[in-house]
Design a protein around this ligand. Sequence first.
Ligand code: NA7
Length: 549
Amino acid sequence: NTSSGSNSLDVLIVGAGFGGLYQLHYLRKLGFHCKVVDNASELGGIWYWNCYPGARVDSDIPLYEYSIEDLYKDWTWSERFPSWSELRRYFAYVDKKLDLSKDVILNTGVVSADFDTKTSRWNVHLSTGETYDTKFFVLCTGFAAKRHEPNFKGREKYEGICHHTAVYPQEGIDVKGKKVAVIGTGASGVQCIQEIGPEVSHLTVLQRTPNLCLPMCQKKLDPKTEATEKENGNYQKIFDYRRDTFGGFHFDFAKRDGNEDTAEQQREFYEKLWNGGGFRFWLATYQDCLFDKSVNDTAYAFWAEKTRARINDPVKKDILAPLLEKQHHTFGTKRPSLEQRYYEVYNQDNVDVIPLKETPIDTFTEKGIKFKDGKELDFDIIILATGFDSVTGGLVQIDIKGTDGVSLADKWSKGTWTNLGMTTAGFPNMFFLYGPQGPTAFANGPTIVELQGDWIVRCIKYVHEHNHETIDATAEAEALWTKHVAELCDKTLFPGTDSWYMGANIPGKPRESLNYAGGIPRYVRECREKEDKGYEGFIFDKSYGIGKG
Ligand code: NA7
C-alpha cells in the first residue's frame, strides 16, 4: 500500500467498463488501494452511454464477456448478440459477484492529471473539485469515449430533437409516427436505422460512405443448450481459444491465400462464411484478403452480389451496395457492421437514403436540413450516428501532463507515440488499454482488456515488489514500437481507406495506424518478451530533475 490519506491511492483507474473493472478486481486482490472513476451513473462503460434503439454488441456470445472467476457459470445470455440493456444487466451481475461498486466513484469525470516530479505521484483532479494523489494511473477509457459531432452549419438553429447516438436519452425517445433523419451509417447508424425504420412515419438516411454490412445471423439462445455447453467445458475452450486468434474470436483466418482456390471453391468458401454469420466473412476469410487487392475484390464482389439482391429499388441498390467498379473502399478496411434487416428496411416506401458525397448537407435549418442542391427536408428528430474521435480521443480529452509539463494531447498532436500500446514516454506509472497501437480495432473488448490488463497488473506488481518508485517507457523503445506498428499496417490494405482505424474520420487528426495489425498472438508474445527481459524498453526510477538526485 503506497497511499497515505483518504484521497491517496495506489491506483486510480479511469472508466467503469470491462477494462477498468478488470483492473480494479485484480489490483485489489493484490492488496492495492484502488478507485475507479467514471462519468456515468452506472457501471458498463460504453454500454451505459450507447443506449440508442437497437444498440447491441457485434461479437458472439460467449466471446463478449469476462472469462474470469467462473462468472460465466451463473449468467445466461438470451441472444447470440446481446443488446445494450442485457449488457447493462450483466455488469450489475458482475458487480454483485465481485463486489466492485464500493470502489467506484460514479457521476464523476477525471478532468486533469499531472505528474509531480517531487513525489513521483500523480495528482488527479475530478469534476467534483476533489483531487486524488495516486502512485499509478490507469486509463481504461475504451476506444469510443469521445463522440464526434460534426460541425454542421446552422446546427444551433434546429428546433427539433437532435442527439448523438452515444448520448441518446436513457429513457429513449418516442419515434413512432415521427419524421426522422439518421446521419451516418457506421455500426450505430445501421443498428438504429433497422430498429426504427419500421416504427417511424418517415426515415431519411444520410449516408456518406456505404457500410459493407454482414449478416449478423442473430438468434435466441436456449438456456438448456447453453447450460450443456458450459458443462461440457465449451465456454472455457472458447475463452482459451480467443486468446490465440488474430482478432480474439472463436474463428481465425484460413491458412491459405485466395488465389490458391478456384473461383468455384472461393464461392463455396464465401457461402460458408456468410451463412455462419458474425464476422466470419471478415476475419475467418483468406489470410491475404486484407493484404491483396485482387483477393479482396473477390470478397467485395461476393458481398455486393448478395447485398444487391436484397434491395428492390435500383437507385438505392447503387447507393447502398455499389458494384465493384464503383466501390468506395476495399472490403474490411473499415469495420463492417453486422445487420439483421438493414437492407430490407430500405424496401419500405417510407425510407429514403441520400448519398451525401453527391448531395452534401448545406445547413441545418429551424425545421430540418437544407442540402447543397437546394432541397429542404423537415424532421421531427435528427439522430447523429457520426461516430467517435476513436482510440485516442478519450485519452487526450483529459488534460494529462507528464514529467516535463507537456500534455498528452500536445505530445500526440502530430502523431501517436506509445510503447507496446500501453504506455507513453514521459508519463511514468501511467498505463492505458484498448487504445492506440494495441490490437484494438479488429478485436473485441473483453479479450483485449484481459490480455493487456494482465500485463499491466503484472507490471504494477513488479514495480511495487521491486520497490521502484516509477517505471517509464524510453523514448527509443517508443520510437521503435511506433515504427513497428506503422510497418505492420503498411503491409495491409488499411492505409488506402479513410477510416477511424487510420484517424481519418476526424478533420485535422493525424493520419496514422492507430491499430496494431499483427494480431493478438504476436502482440501478446512481443509484450511478454519485453517483460521477460526485465521490462526491456522501460526505465525504472528515472531522475526527472527537480527534487530528485
Ligand atoms: P463510425 O463507424 O465511425 O460511423 C460514423 C458514421 O458517421 C460513418 O458512416 C461516417 O461516414 C458518418 N459521418 C461522420 N462524419 C460525418 C459527417 N460530417 N457528415 C456525414 N456523415 C458523417 O461510428 P459508429 O458509432 O457507427 O461505430 C463505431 C464503432 O462502434 C464501430 O466500429 C463498432 O466497433 C462499434 P464515413 O464512413 O466517415 O464517410
